[in-house]
Design a protein around this ligand. Sequence first.
Ligand code: TRP
Length: 332
Amino acid sequence: MSEKKRMLSGIQPSGELTLGSYLGAIRNWSERSDQFDCYYFMADLHTITVRQVPADLRRRTLSQLAAYIACGLDPEKNTLFIQSHVPQHAQLGWVLDCYTMFGELSRMTQFKAKSAQHAENINAGLFTYPCLMAADILLYQADLVPVGEDQKQHCELTRDIATRFNNVYGDVFTVPEPYIAKVGARIMSLSTPENKMSKSDTDPNGCVYLLDEANVMMKKFKRAVTDSEMDVRFDPVNKPGISNLMQIYSCATGRDYAAIEAEFAGQGYGSFKKAVGEATVEMCRPIREETQRLLKDKAYLESVYRSGAEKAGYIANKTLRKVYKKVGFVQP
Ligand code: TRP
């Protein structure tokens, strides 16, 4: 048995990876496996709470898996799998539905937000989604769950569900702790630099995708919002656009702000934006090329997600058996 703490995170294959999530988080993930026993899965069961185009979902699930590997998540050191390949997620999800209160789920802010956003499709899955997420976590007896702000409430609920279950049946579940990730860069939208870069940006030029083609990326940087001054200077309050571009440039080149200010002294914003675009294209190029290469290597990707699901399934099954026994189901 490994003595490392177990860490688990689900990723919804509901959109393309953004430059913001790469620089803010994913880039740091490859190092985690030294310290933790890491599980990452493509949360495809979760995505159908919102209507999906089947072919797109399938493509994005694989493309996301490939992209994470290309970003440095080594399948030999991390367990990577697809949620729907491990049926215990849905099975434990049902059990936990019965140990979660209607009132608790009604208080979830993400449910309230998403049901306002998708008023035509407020389905039961959208409502019970946090129980499935709790199942994802508790199946693996995870110690740590890396959380962003938007998932904190779901993690708290997971702890409540685990504690409630343990109080009735004894120590069945590890009560997980939220893991506040080492903060990477906080990249802002290129068109509204007051807001975080997000795929739900209303202006498609605000969000750069990791797998964008070079010319598309360059165009977005060229259109990036700046200010009415002329100097490249780091001042996030008064110059949010330029400061954001400096942050991106710094991540891509490793140069600090003083060096960047010196490099572009006396030059207009035009040449600075072009340089940021080019540096970002070069930073992303190997990831894009490796993702594309992996996507063509179907046999390799299959071997990754099959062995991931096998390893995950073994642990998941152990937990599920224990739960089924505790609640009183007859052993098959
Ligand atoms: N709900 C998470 C999100 O929308 C994804 C997710 C599903 C998850 N299951 C999880 C994250 C388990 C951490 C642990 O981002």
